[in-house]
Design a protein around this ligand. Structure first.
Ligand code: NDP
Length: 281
């Protein structure tokens, strides 16, 4: 009887909100996870006008929505809107996963950092412990991943950013979690790194951060959080400088989605088959 009831009940509603959002792979990823776990969900991509985020979240909840992913440009607004946030979201001052508790209280979390670290450690077999890490960019993505990155025990993290002051401020904010410094691009020349992560938005505009070649020459892994059908300019540049392994951020996207899925459904799906099928598509 209960099986019959479940079969006829509508699928539970989830969504990603952003602007733009049509390109988002999250509906595809979460639908694949749900199939894998035998769950019936309806996961949508909802384009939200700037200034309309809080109302869109309220409308979604009124339609019995159960969980939301949040992407550019609403992660900070989602953090402000949440009644309660996880420690990692609080530290990042950004939220990419929303849900409601039994009393209807809006809960915020940030799974971006866990997604990145899982992709590095498990999918790419890249060690972070006692490694020298260069993090390029000091925006929302950098803020979201710094806590989990430092928790993985690197020797140090240097944040390099177009606007040096933003990198210095970010390093100050996370300094209690490990060895982390901030600077402008020109100050990085001559330093070697084991892991180089591009968390800047430069790749979205087809730009290359102006870094000296020696910055990536010794790196075991060069990673661009951006992803697309073609390798980014940053990935192509790193390969040309002789970087051993170069990756885009598709694995991070899938792993952060798996963390959100775990928060909502209490089960962590297998990510490898989903990542493989996205890559082959
Ligand atoms: P933000 O707009 O918050 O931050 C932008 C950052 O990039 C700032 O540090 C800014 O520097 C810098 N920047 C922007 N343009 C340039 C440029 N032309 N040259 C050098 N630096 C530049 O963006 P996010 O942090 O949200 O996103 C950054 C990247 O991370 C994007 O590519 C995004 O797609 C990706 N991302 C990937 C995820 C994944 O799951 N794979 C998840 C989240 C993000 P300044 O301070 O000087 O303005």
């Amino acid at each position: 009887m209960s099986d019959l009831f479940e079969f006829h009940s509508p699928p539970t509603l989830y969504a990603v909100m952003g602007n733009p959002v049509a390109h988002s792979k999250s509906p595809q990823i979460h639908s694949a996870f749900a199939r894998q776990c035998g769950l019936r969900i309806d996961y949508r991509a909802i384009q939200v006008d700037r200034g309309g985020f809080a109302q869109a979240v309220a409308n979604f909840r009124a339609a019995d929505g159960q969980g939301l992913n949040v992407t550019v440009p609403f992660k900070v607004e989602a953090w402000r809107l949440a009644a309660r946030c996880s420690e990692r979201a609080q530290l990042a001052e950004a939220v990419n996963t929303l849900s409601w508790d039994d009393d209807g209280l809006l809960l915020g979390d940030n799974t971006d950092g866990a997604g990145l670290v899982t992709d590095l450690l498990e999918n790419l077999n890249c060690q972070l412990g006692r490694r020298r890490v260069l993090l390029i960019g000091a925006g929302g993505a950098a803020r979201g991943v710094l806590g989990p990155l430092l928790a993985a025990g690197p020797e140090r993290v240097l944040i390099a950013n177009r606007t040096a002051d933003n990198a210095v401020a970010l390093a100050d904010r996370f300094g209690h979690l490990g060895e982390v410094l901030g600077c402008g691009f020109e100050a990085v020349a001559g330093a070697g790194f084991d892991v180089v992560i591009n968390a800047s938005a430069a790749s979205l505009a087809g730009d290359l951060p102006p870094l000296a070649a020696d910055v990536v020459a010794e790196a075991a892994l060069v990673y661009d959080m951006a992803y697309g059908d073609e390798p980014t300019v940053f990935m192509a540049w790193a390969r040309a400088q002789g970087a051993a392994v170069v990756s885009d951020g598709l694995g991070m996207l899938v792993e952060q989605a798996a963390e959100s899925f775990l928060l909502w459904h209490g089960v962590r799906p297998e990510t490898a088959p989903v990542l493989r099928s996205l890559r082959s598509a």
